[in-house]
Design a protein around this ligand. Structure first.
Ligand code: FMN
Length: 224
């Protein structure tokens, strides 16, 4: 790294705001919904429902525990959990099969906010997944058939051909069935932490925690 790069990176810092977490709801789902709505209404935030999902699986050699992380889109908050959709044969799905414990992170930097969630992922029912799949645009539905997500792909052309093949089978305007390898997961949280950037690096952190999904939430403020 050149001296100039290092100086430029070191100089990257912003001062954060005055507003704290005093008015956050005692129900973390209500608090989250409020923040998601605010993020969605903020012109500087793209994909407000994007969240970083981390899982603990095995390395490709199968030998050891291995953390992996990627972005997925939140598609529902109901039944006490956070739902996203993916390929049930993907790397993340294989990891969640071995270890259902996951984390989710919403990085809403433009609002000087983040929400970090820790919980347990479970597949949702086939009928729930089918219902959501039916609401997706045709090209996304065909894409779900075309992609063997997380498997090695020899060329871009192979993917395009698989897309063309599925398009022929289910032309635009026809009903595309949900692939059996595609569906949702719901993450039931045991911890939801709200972080609000504040002046002088004296940020606010409130973590809602519970021992299990039946237990009451306890709220603790943490040092920033
Ligand atoms: C903004 C954004 C949204 C994404 N949404 C999803 C999603 O909802 N579901 C999904 O399977 N992959 C989504 N992806 C792709 C994943 O990040 C990832 O590349 C893919 O799921 C394969 O991950 P894996 O091999 O670790 O299983 C998204 C990527 C980005 C950048």
């Amino acid at each position: 790294m050149s001296e100039l790069d290092r100086e430029a990176i070191r100089a990257m810092r912003r001062s954060y705001g005055e507003v704290g977490l005093e008015n956050l709801s005692a129900d973390p789902f209500a608090a989250f919904s409020t923040w998601l709505k605010e993020a969605a209404a903020n012109d500087f935030i793209v994909e407000a429902n994007a969240m970083v999902l981390s899982t603990l699986g095995q390395s490709s050699s199968g030998a050891e525990e291995h953390i992996s992380t990627r972005t997925v889109l939140l598609k529902d908050i109901s039944e006490g959990g956070f739902t996203f959709f993916t390929n049930y044969s993907s790397r993340k799905a294989q990891a969640m099969e071995l270890n259902s414990q996951v984390t989710l992170l919403f990085p809403w930097y433009a609002m000087e906010r983040q929400v970090s969630i820790s919980g347990f992922a479970e597949k949702i029912s086939e009928s729930e997944s089918a219902e959501y799949f039916a609401s997706r645009p045709w090209s996304s539905q065909i894409g779900a058939w075309a992609s063997a997500q997380s498997s090695p792909l020899s060329s871009r052309e192979e993917l395009e051909q698989r897309f063309a093949g599925a398009s022929e089978k289910w032309p635009e305007g026809t009903t595309v069935p949900k692939p059996p390898h595609w569906g949702g997961y719901r993450v039931t949280p045991i911890s939801i932490e709200f972080w609000q950037g504040r002046y002088s690096r004296l940020h606010d952190r409130l973590r809602y925690e519970r021992a299990n999904s039946e237990a009451e939430w306890e709220i603790t403020r943490y040092y920033p």
